[in-house]
Design a protein around this ligand. Structure first.
Ligand code: G4P
Length: 530
């Protein structure tokens, strides 16, 4: 029993978010290096290849050389068992990226010190805020010319609307990057670059009040640091674990993932400031992770990882208890008992079959086509459901036309199945039925994936005509308003999802506000509720 509880206590499950190129992959690799999961020596050059070996399952990923899906990595460090949920680093990320955040207990936001907060970070950050999960900031690339750290702090606060609390503070940057100052221990660690597979950084740590500081970091930098410390102590938010837990205050760290500077310090503080898996909400209560009875929810469905078998893998986050290979569970939404076979876990570079897993872990199980995003699995007899996963707003839309009208049935089957996996959303014209199909995606690459898959898996050729809409809003109170009579703008289009729920599409963002103004009583939502 103690062993069971200890297993859960030592787990930390977090997602890494960033704008492409901020250094998310590099930082993840350095984490794995500390955990001993990979030996980086000699692989830094072939990093891109390694990255692909981790998550490239679909043909299209290989063809395009980019990562379409998110992957999960597990490693051990200082007694902790860490699950990192990676999110695709390419511009064309998908709804999966958002959903991955539903499975994480906290998030690490990597920011490029020379760029600050970028578009993709903002989008992912919004989902973290919606979930009130702790967010940690790693300001990366301090070995390069970076923006003023105070300016970066205010940008994070203003753009993202979160308070920040620097845990350490940079001294210079780029060629003049001297190191970082730890605000708690009041010590300076000098910058030394560890390259390649080197784990130890031969830095020196000494007291900021020490006599030799001037000679080590230089008089000017020392004076600047004194001013900075005074300003920080006077003006910045104090560290407050409660606020961090609620996602209202982000601890900020400075470092350089590439040169392995500040990575281990970050990892240590992060592990101390985050908790083991927390209770998860159900429709009528919550489930304690330490409850011995197994429970999990599906947050991602990955199709055709092995083309020969046309299989699907359902990824689930375990919320309570222990999972054992081959165990029988109740699939609540399907109303059936099922046996979970071929459980898989991603371990650094390969998928492996696992025998057991605990609350906090992510596993992938073979899906014979029965699971949907958000489904609950629990120990036999259990009937509760975890809170649904919201539908995230697509940003690109296209009308889909089938080339061979004789294949209508296959087309509907294919597009519906692909939509069920959650990579695309399908809509119909308002009040006209299935004749015209509109697909919505979060990243445009999904259009290609859709066309490719319909052709290769369902033998249906389609043509996509992209539509100019970029904003979608769910009508929250369709019972209270007559959707057909909404006073729209010239760029507004009414559509509905397959369940008949009405939605509005807009080309311009300001039209959204205009329509809300023109139609008092109409409530529009950015996330769809399942
Ligand atoms: P991503 O996953 O967030 O997209 O970023 P990734 O780690 O792939 O890093 C993007 C680029 O930034 C890489 O260079 C990487 O080496 C570099 N980088 C990451 N962290 C640091 C850092 O702390 N300092 C500096 N100076 N560079 C950093 P690249 O040239 O695009 O790739 P590669 O040819 O080096 O593999």
């Amino acid at each position: 029993m103690a062993a069971f509880a200890d297993e859960i206590k030592r787990r930390r499950t977090f997602a890494i978010i960033s704008h492409p190129d901020a250094g998310k992959t590099t930082l993840t690799e350095k984490f794995l290096l500390y955990g001993g999961a990979i030996n980086l020596a000699g692989t830094v050059k072939g990093r891109k290849a390694t990255k692909h070996a981790v998550s490239d399952w679909m043909e299209i990923e290989k063809e395009r050389g980019i990562s379409v899906t998110s992957s999960v990595l597990q490693f051990n460090y200082e007694g902790y068992c860490i699950n990192i949920l990676d999110t695709p680093g390419h511009q064309d990320f998908s709804e999966d990226t958002y959903r991955t955040l539903m499975a994480a207990d906290s998030a690490v936001m990597v920011i490029d010190g020379s760029k600050g907060v970028e578009a993709q970070t903002i989008k992912l950050f919004k989902v973290c805020v919606m979930r009130h999960i702790p967010i940690f900031t790693f300001v990366n690339k301090m070995d390069r010319e970076a923006r003023d750290p105070f300016e970066l702090m205010s940008e994070i606060e203003e753009v993202l609307g979160i308070h920040t609390c620097p845990i350490n503070w940079p001294i210079g940057c780029g060629k003049n990057f001297k190191g970082v100052y730890d605000r708690q221990t009041k010590q300076i660690t000098t910058f030394t670059a560890a390259m390649g597979g080197q784990k130890e950084v031969a830095s020196r740590t000494f007291d900021v009040e020490g006599a030799d500081v001037d000679s080590i970091i230089g008089q000017d930098y020392h004076a600047q640091l004194r001013d900075d410390i005074e300003l920080l102590d006077g003006a910045s938010d104090e560290f407050d674990q409660e606020l961090v837990n609620r996602g209202e205050l982000s601890p900020v760290f400075f470092g350089s993932a590439l040169t392995n500077f500040g990575v281990e310090t970050f990892l240590e503080h992060f592990l101390n400031m985050t908790s083991s898996p927390l209770p998860r909400k159900t429709l009528d209560g919550q489930v304690d992770p330490f409850d011995e009875k197994f429970s999990a929810f599906v947050f991602k469905i990955q199709a055709n990882m092995n083309k020969a078998h046309r299989d699907r893998i359902a990824f689930m986050r375990i919320c309570s208890g222990k999972f054992e290979a081959g165990m029988e569970v109740n699939h609540v939404q399907g109303g059936k008992k099922i046996r979970l076979t071929q459980p898989q876990q991603l371990m650094a570079e390969s998928r492996k079959i696992i025998e057991e897993a605990y609350a906090g872990d992510i596993i992938g199980v073979f899906d014979p086509g029965i699971f949907s995003i958000g489904d609950t699995l629990c120990a036999p007899g259990g009937k509760f459901q975890f809170e649904g996963i919201p539908t995230f707003a697509p940003e690109h839309f296209a009308r889909v036309r089938q080339m061979d009208t004789m294949k209508r049935k296959q087309f509907i089957k294919g597009i519906s199945q692909i939509a069920q996996e959650g990579a695309i959303q399908i809509f119909q014209e308002f009040n006209t039925g299935m004749e015209e199909i509109i697909v919505g995606v979060v990243g445009v690459l999904q259009f290609e994936v859709l066309t490719y898959r319909l052709e290769n898996e369902y033998n249906v050729e389609v043509k996509l005509e992209q539509l100019p809409f970029e904003y979608i809003r769910w009508v929250e109170n369709p019972g209270e308003v007559d959707v057909a009579r909404i006073q729209g703008t010239s760029d507004m289009k009414r559509i509905c999802d397959l369940k008949g729920n009405p939605l509005l599409l807009f080309i311009n963002s300001w039209s959204v506000g205009m329509v809300e103004e023109r139609n008092p009583g109409l409530r529009l939502a950015e996330f769809g509720r399942n």
